[in-house]
Design a protein around this ligand. Structure first.
Ligand code: ADP
Length: 426
């Protein structure tokens, strides 16, 4: 099977979100964790997503990993590279979206790049270069309180321009909704016009799925696209593929059910509350107890073991913004995040060893930490639970028992996600 599309995701849940859209549109997709060895052959799939944990890594590290991923994907035959970023454009003033995009442009010899985090099915739309989350501008949404990447400016042209290297002089332009509505040919024309004006990157408006399909067609020959998962819905059709059940087939699931959550996003807070309100068993991990050196991981495991098999158990550090702020003021945001991620990833490993075969992890960074701790090297992407979140079958050479995983990024999923997800699998 020849590789049709090579993807680089800046976090693990973002990778599965992208893979989910490719699978639904008919591409068999495998996500590999980290950059494979130069000698590793591509898994048998139409698309491969190299999932990195580079969203909040130091810039140089994010750039180096992304370039290595692009090299490996190109060596496997990928003609186009899809750099998948968050649908809320999660980044800091230093990056990493801008620096990685520029490094990939250099690596791939790309003189023009389109950028759109739009994912209308999940309420992410781009209008006049401004990102909306539902009915709110990004900067008015709950993303302004994100623990690691607070987003306080909805103008993607401005955000992106500020992340580019000023000494390189690349400029960011806009392809607006009026142009996009005229279809692929008009978008190609606009790209040519922007290139002639010396613009090298363009944020592209997209209000609905058809806008994304037109953009996918218009950018089919570009070596690099920078997008949320939405643009992926238009790519399989360009290769003659259409949605089919086989693309999402996984081996049967077994074992006990558990949820590990380190996301403090508004949707996850609601999901944790709904799970507990419905009588679900939950254990709260307190970052201050972790910082004080208390054996919180052992306590969580002692609590969970006797409950496994009776119904899903939830272990979480999920908290409301005020509580997160208080913890961050005491410990520092990075230290609090790292402590919680480390503890939750040890708990995920403990749960898998205790017989959990169906595991939901909530939180992008949290998922990255758990997948690494579990020794997972690749994930085959299966059926969708909610937009942006599929079940996956984990490949972990060192792990004797099978594990089905769902990696849920913070703001995704309906309120009943933590119970309904298991019904989708059975
Ligand atoms: P999301 O997908 O919602 O952004 P992430 O896992 O990517 O979730 O990010 C949440 C970050 O917040 C992680 O680094 C996590 O360890 C940290 N965190 C989780 N719970 C708390 C808490 N109670 N206080 C402070 N930080 C927390």
């Amino acid at each position: 099977m020849t590789l049709k599309l090579g993807c680089i995701a800046d976090d693990f849940t973002g990778g599965t979100d992208l893979a989910n859209n490719l699978v639904r549109a008919g591409m068999r997709t495998v996500q590999v964790i980290g950059v494979p060895d130069a000698a590793s052959p591509a898994p048998s799939a139409d698309a491969v997503v190299v999932a990195l944990k580079s969203r909040t890594a130091p810039v140089a590290e994010a750039v180096a990993q992304s370039v290595a991923a692009a090299r490996w994907l190109r060596a496997q035959g990928a003609a186009q590279i899809y750099f998948k970023v968050c649908s809320t454009f999660d980044s800091t003033p230093q990056g990493n979206i801008g620096p990685v995009a520029e490094a990939l442009m250099d690596e791939l010899g790309a003189d023009f790049v389109v950028i759109t985090p739009a994912f209308p099915e999940n309420g992410r739309t781009v209008f006049k270069g401004h990102l909306f989350v539902g009915d709110l501008l990004l900067s008015d949404s709950s993303m302004r309180h994100h623990p690691l990447t607070p987003m306080t400016d909805a103008s993607l042209v401005r955000v992106m321009q500020a992340q580019l290297d000023p000494t390189r002089g690349r400029r960011v332009g806009l392809i607006d909704y009026r142009c996009v509505a005229q279809g692929a040919a008009a978008i190609v024309q606009r790209i040519d016009a922007l290139l002639a004006e010396g613009v090298a990157l363009a944020v592209v408006d997209a209000l609905n799925d058809d806008d994304l399909r037109q953009l996918a067609r218009a950018s089919a020959d570009l070596p690099l696209v920078v997008a949320g998962s939405g643009l992926a819905i238009g790519i399989p059709a360009l290769h003659g593929l259409a949605g089919n059940a086989q693309a999402a087939q996984l081996p049967p699931a077994g074992g006990a059910r558990a949820v590990v959550s380190g996301s403090c996003s508004a949707a996850t807070n609601a999901q944790v509350a709904a799970f507990m309100a419905a009588g679900g068993a939950a254990f709260a991990v307190d970052p201050l107890q972790l910082a004080a050196g208390r054996p919180v991981v052992e306590q969580a495991m002692a609590w969970a073991r006797p409950l496994l098999g009776r119904g899903p158990v939830l272990v979480h550090a999920t908290a409301e913004p005020a509580a997160v702020r208080e913890v961050q003021e005491r410990l520092g945001a990075d230290k609090a995040g790292a402590l919680v991620e480390h503890a939750l990833s040890r708990i995920a490993v403990g749960l898998a060893e205790a017989g959990v075969g169906q595991l939901i992890v909530a939180g992008g960074e949290t998922s990255g930490a758990c997948v690494q701790a579990l020794g997972i090297t690749h994930l085959r992407i299966g059926p969708q639970i909610d937009p942006g979140v599929p079940w996956c079958h984990a490949g972990a050479p060192a792990r004797p028992t099978a594990l089905h995983l769902a990696l849920k990024s913070g703001n995704f999923g309906g309120t009943d996600f933590f119970t309904r997800a298991f019904e989708v699998l059975s």
